[in-house]
Design a protein around this ligand. Structure first.
Ligand code: ADP
Length: 431
């Protein structure tokens, strides 16, 4: 039986009993008082319920008695369930926000009118935008490149995922960006932005490198081929002196190609081998070998001295260090006119480091060239480098070897006075 019916029956029973005991008038008064008292009780609970409903979300449901206690309990359960759903939703949106912020790609959400609705920090960086001031702004007012605007319009018109756009927006500070656009709920669009600057740079370096190598190979190959073709056609008219000259020139160019290929192979192995095998290198023997090569290359045209006051043993790769040190020494010979001075010096630094320095009294280098000397094929004077047997790869090899030994190259030079190339090795490599 429902509680309402029970209460009504109780009230009727009390009224009837009162009628029999105290007479109809008094009974009617008693029932009226009882009914008013009960109504006041309901009114009080209703006021508490209204007051609770006006409290902020999450305020605990007040306690009640009688039939109200069940209503309050049901409300309490519903309120707790809503609170936990709200918390789950909050956690989910927080997780989404953190994930979007951690994405290596830039993400921009555009509304139906292509105003910025939301932007992650990566997109702020890549597009040079500020979420505080730019959210709500039309994206085409901020990123104004015509190809980007055409891309946006096309995406909006088709409502489909558009093919990626490669663009260098002014606001991105020269970055090469790849932008993809995809439809997103209710006419919105999602832009995904990737920074391809590094890849683009690598592709350019690779293209330049292939072009440089081809260019370097073409001249000697043409000379050798020219000689071979002439020989093939018959050199009956050539005098023995001319023959000797042609042969010498062809041989010189063949050697040049050989040196180029050897340097390219050295560079390639330096770039692909992860860590070189490490030995305890006997520095005195290494220096003696370098000096020997330098004397041979100079063929008595320079005064060459070796100073050795540095540590006797060095931890590193002997073959690679030999190649780096002799490259520095051979440059000194090749860029120092006859009669010049060349010093090879192995010294210990005050803070435990050691240095190998090649000082020459040669032609010197203008200061603006110095930062670029270790680039592959960078030469101050192409003709001079070639005439002296250079490949343009020597200092690139030196740089790689030193990097693999955590060492640095310091270059000082004065045009017409001479140069100093110092390889500085860290203390932990010294025994
Ligand atoms: P290369 O085979 O042309 O010598 P490197 O990479 O060894 O190539 O050197 C790059 C350039 O640096 C050279 O072409 C030359 O212009 C300059 N250079 C290197 N060493 C010296 C030096 N000791 N004196 C003057 N110029 C030098």
């Amino acid at each position: 039986m429902s509680r309402v019916l029970t209460n009504t029956i109780w009230l009727a029973a009390i009224g009837l009993a009162s009628w029999l005991v105290i007479g109809p008038l008094a009974a009617a008064g008693a029932v009226a008082v009882l009914a008013i008292w009960r109504m006041a009780g309901h009114e009080r609970q209703l006021v508490r319920l209204t007051a609770w409903a006006e409290q902020p979300l999450g305020t605990p449901v007040p306690e009640a008695n009688g039939s109200w206690s069940r209503a309050f309990l049901a409300l309490h359960r519903r309120a707790s369930k809503a609170a936990s759903q709200r918390e789950e939703l909050r956690e989910m949106s927080e997780r989404f926000r953190l994930a979007a912020e951690a994405l290596p790609e830039g993400v921009v959400i555009l509304d139906q009118r292509r105003n910025i609705e939301w932007i992650n920090p990566r997109a702020e960086l890549l597009l040079g935008l500020d979420s505080l001031s730019d959210v709500g702004m039309p994206v085409s007012h901020l990123v104004r490149e015509p190809e980007f605007i055409a891309f946006l319009e096309k995406q909006k018109a088709t409502g489909e995922t558009s093919p990626p756009l490669l663009v260098r927006p002014v606001r991105s500070g020269g970055r090469m960006l790849q932008i993809r656009g995809a439809p997103f709920s209710a006419g919105r669009a999602l832009l995904l932005i990737e920074d391809l600057t590094q890849l683009d740079r690598l592709a350019t370096v690779r293209r330049d490198f292939v072009a440089n190598v081809s260019h370097e190979m073409r001249t000697p190959l043409t000379v050798v081929l020219g000689f071979l073709e002439t020989a093939h056609d018959g050199m009956a008219h050539a005098s023995p002196e001319e023959m000797e000259h042609y042969l010498a020139t062809a041989l010189e160019h063949a050697h040049r190609m050989q040196r180029l290929i050897e340097d390219l192979l050295t560079l390639s192995s330096l770039e692909s081998d992860s860590a070189p095998p490490q030995d305890a290198v006997d520095v005195a023997a290494l220096l003696a070998g370098v000096k020997q090569d330098t004397l041979a290359l100079s063929a008595g045209r320079h005064v060459i001295t070796l100073e050795n006051s540095g540590p006797a043993t060095l931890i590193g790769n002997g073959r690679e260090l030999y190649s780096a040190f002799s490259n520095l020494a051979s440059n000194a010979v090749r860029y120092t006119p006859e009669g010049g001075q060349i010093t090879l010096a192995w010294r210990k630094d005050v803070d435990g480091r050691a240095s190998f320095t090649v000082i020459d009294s040669g032609i010197g280098i203008a200061s603006h060239h110095i930062p670029r000397l270790t680039e592959r094929f960078y030469r101050v004077d192409r003709g001079r480098s070639r005439d002296s047997g250079g490949t343009g790869l020597g200092l690139a090899i030196v740089k790689h070897v030193l990097e693999r030994h955590q060492a640095t190259l310091n270059i000082e030079s004065k045009l017409g006075v001479g140069s100093s190339f110092m390889a500085l090795l860290p203390a932990q490599r010294i025994q």
